[in-house]
Design a protein around this ligand. Structure first.
Ligand code: TYM
Length: 345
């Protein structure tokens, strides 16, 4: 395959509170990757509107996710941070991918099935088509690496399918336009670590999610120390002490989840945490987890609050990022149009 220069892309929806799953599964990894790669981080407001949104809240949450990126350590000067709707190339390439992807591929997406529920007839076309826009987000930048939580794995496989089909269907035109053998990279998902799937604090078999009606199921990035402590103390557990080996976490989803959260917050792996806490009661372990979570999340929440108090500054960050993003994405779309045989001036 042709060599592509390495670039990271990822996105977060501005819908509801950002929680520990978003932070550990995605945002902390965005921060780590910026040391080695050119990165593009996007607040995906056009994905958000695939389900109903209140306009005032959408605007507020777009700024809040941007603030979370910056407060967590993403550098918007060295890297590109912007909101999706400011770069028209995403929608344009998304349309082109509608014509590459197959109905059957999208029909298999488990996230659509979950989100649409029983009332599929009433779901927006955008919700069904969500993965094509996601592929456009990634491939507009020819991103080679995409850090996400485990729940996005299937969408990334679809992105690879779209890239592969485009490269294959238009191989002659890709070559004659001077792009060699492949126009789009087959993007690698970057999924893993102890918090690739953070579970609800109330039920270790359910993903921690913005849409869970119980606020006790998740820790929000803006929760204060008291709320963090209360939620961890009330988190569901079982009656046994913690095991000393990772194998002992099998069939103990709540214990596994809390150990994974501790490990991710500490920048460690689960065996190291069990090495320290094996044999301990949950009361002891939860006390240590509260201290660690407050130490790590407290400053981020405070910095987010400080940043959102100055929306003008955030909007300037987004406008600057959008201009730099458009310079890359517009070029990709122009090249795609040439490959497809569209006349352009
Ligand atoms: P979103 O906004 O639902 O979630 C943002 C990121 O957080 C991860 N995540 C989790 N990780 C671990 N445990 C959890 N409980 C948990 N909940 C959420 C998600 O996997 C994600 O990485 N479709 C995407 C947004 C998107 C995107 C993209 C991502 C749009 N275009 C292009 C990557 C590349 C989404 O809904 O994420």
């Amino acid at each position: 395959m042709a060599a592509f220069s390495e670039r990271v892309f990822s996105g977060v929806q501005p819908t509801g509170n950002l929680h520990l799953g978003n932070y550990l599964g995605a945002i902390t990894r965005f921060v780590a990757l910026q040391e080695r790669y050119d990165c593009v981080y996007c607040v995906v407001d056009m994905h958000a509107i695939t389900v109903p949104q209140d306009p005032t809240e959408l605007r507020r949450q777009t700024r809040e996710v941007t603030a979370a990126f910056i407060a967590s350590g993403i550098d918007p000067v060295r890297q590109i941070v912007f909101n999706q709707s400011q770069v028209g190339a995403h929608a344009e390439l998304g349309w082109i991918f509608n014509c590459v992807a197959r109905m059957g591929w999208l029909s298999r997406m488990t996230q659509f099935k979950e989100k649409a529920g029983k009332d599929r007839e009433n779901a927006s076309v955008g919700l069904f088509d969500y993965p094509c826009l996601m592929a456009a987000d990634i491939l507009a930048y020819k991103a080679t690496h995409v850090p996400v939580g485990e729940d996005q794995k299937q969408h990334l496989e679809l992105t690879r399918d779209i890239a592969g089909k485009f490269n294959n269907d238009f191989s002659a035109s890709i070559a004659s336009n001077g792009h060699g053998e492949a126009f789009f990279p087959l993007t690698e998902p970057v999924i893993g670590g102890p918090a690739a799937r953070v579970m609800s604090l109330r039920d270790g078999t359910k993903k921690m999610s913005k849409s869970d009606p119980s606020d006790y199921s998740r820790i929000n990035l803006t929760d204060d120390a008291d709320a963090i402590a209360q939620k961890i103390r009330k988190a569901k557990t079982d009656a046994e002490p913690l095991p000393s080996e990772e194998a002992g976490l099998a069939r103990r989803p709540e214990a596994d989840n809390l150990v994974g959260i501790y490990a991710a917050l500490a920048g460690a792996e689960k065996p190291a945490v069990l090495g320290e806490f094996g044999g301990a009661q949950f009361s002891t372990f939860k006390g240590a987890l509260v201290d660690l979570a407050v130490e790590k999340l407290g400053p981020i929440g405070a910095e987010m609050n400080r940043l959102v108090a100055d929306p003008g500054h955030i909007d300037r960050v987004l406008a600057n990022g959008a201009a730099r993003a458009a310079a890359i994405a517009d070029r990709t779309v122009a090249e795609v149009k040439d490959i497809l045989g569209m006349v352009r001036s």
